[in-house]
Design a protein around this ligand. Structure first.
Ligand code: EPU
Length: 311
């Protein structure tokens, strides 16, 4: 990126801008290279200014949320990585006649929403317990478990569209599927409104605890990961297939397929994104050869590898 473009970005008046900014610490995987530019707008006005500039200059960009479902390649991310600031993390409650409307900014952590629901007895999002990340990302990928998916509780979402205009869309006008939400290219989710029910706090608490206990019993702890690597194929489970294929514990460099849950690739801090990608490919190929099932990744992979970054 030309120095004058970088200078112009610093002059946009954003809350925070940095260059060659490490991203590993902003993801749960804890891997990968830096962002050429990391921009953290704190209001829709700042974000709009940034998007107008990015589009006018034709700069590549992507939105980083809570970083829980993401693998950054070792050469880092060219262009601008946008991370919504605290101004996008507000949570508001409106008690309606027949439901509780919970409005959350895209940067609100899912854990914070779950703990609020648990305290106040708002029922409907208990399945989110233990899912890391931010609410914008959770909605963008229609996060969920066997107990439910987030889009089932959404009333509307507010986005910045391709032309950098604010737009509100009702759930009925959104096309969602298992772990996916179709949005026009370049759309940025800024906020979400949920429809919840008032219940006894103890009832919500019991469900949340149950979900956390199930997770803790079946998923890896004390290691770094990005959650489930693959989507479940129709009618089966990626974890079950990978386990049955005997891939648990198989490794590439310092990354390995978790012994606790076969759909997790984990490491203790010293792996590289390249090793993780190599292992993903090995698992995918083995499952294809053995079962003729094409596994699709659930995690998003961004950036360039080391060689490409050095060019
Ligand atoms: N299984 C195995 N071996 C394993 C792992 C799983 O045989 O190593 C079997 C289990 O015994 C079970 C089936 O596979 O019969 C499904 O396993 P599990 O109940 O753990 O659910 P999952 O489908 O693997 C989904 C979500 C998880 C979420 C859990 C919680 C997907 C891809 N994953 O996992 O989400 O935490 O349900 O119910 O839909 C994530 O999205 O990042 C994630 C971790």
């Amino acid at each position: 990126m030309e120095p004058e473009i970088k200078k112009a970005i610093t002059e946009l008046g954003l809350e925070h801008v940095s260059f060659d900014a490490p991203l590993a610490g902003l993801t749960t995987f804890g891997l990968g290279g830096p962002a050429e530019v990391l921009a953290e707008p704190d209001s829709p006005e700042e974000l709009t200014r940034l998007m107008h500039f990015i589009r006018a200059q034709d700069i590549p960009w992507f939105i980083l949320g809570g970083g829980s479902n993401l693998l950054v390649r070792d050469g880092g991310v060219p262009g601008v990585v946008i991370r919504l600031g605290h101004g996008f993390a507000e949570i508001k409650i409106a008690v309606q006649e027949d439901h509780i409307a919970l409005e959350a900014g895209a940067a609100a952590p899912t854990a914070q929403i779950v703990s609020l629901c648990r305290r106040e007895g708002y029922a409907g999002l208990e399945f989110l317990a233990g899912i890391p990340g931010w609410i914008g990302g959770a909605v963008a990928m229609n996060a969920g478990t066997h107990e439910g998916q987030i889009l089932d509780r959404v009333i509307r979402i507010t986005c910045l569209n391709r032309d950098a205009e604010l737009e509100s869309t009702l759930r009925k006008d959104l096309v969602a599927d298992y772990r996916s939400l179709e949005l026009p290219e370049g759309t940025i989710i800024l906020g979400v409104e949920f429809r919840l029910e008032q219940a006894a706090p103890e009832a919500v608490e019991a469900k949340v605890k149950d979900n956390l206990a199930r997770r803790s019993a079946t998923q890896p702890k004390g290691v770094k990961s990005a959650g489930c690597i693959f989507k479940n194929p129709a009618g089966d489970y990626a974890g079950r297939l990978i386990d049955e294929a005997g891939l648990k514990g198989k490794s590439a460099g310092r990354a390995w397929v978790s012994e606790d849950h076969a759909n997790f690739i984990v490491h203790r801090g010293k792996a590289t994104a390249e090793q993780v990608l190599r292992l993903i490919e090995r698992v995918r190929q083995t499952i294809l050869d053995k079962y003729n099932v094409e596994l699709e990744t659930e995690i998003r992979v961004v950036g360039v590898d080391r060689e490409e970054a050095a060019e």
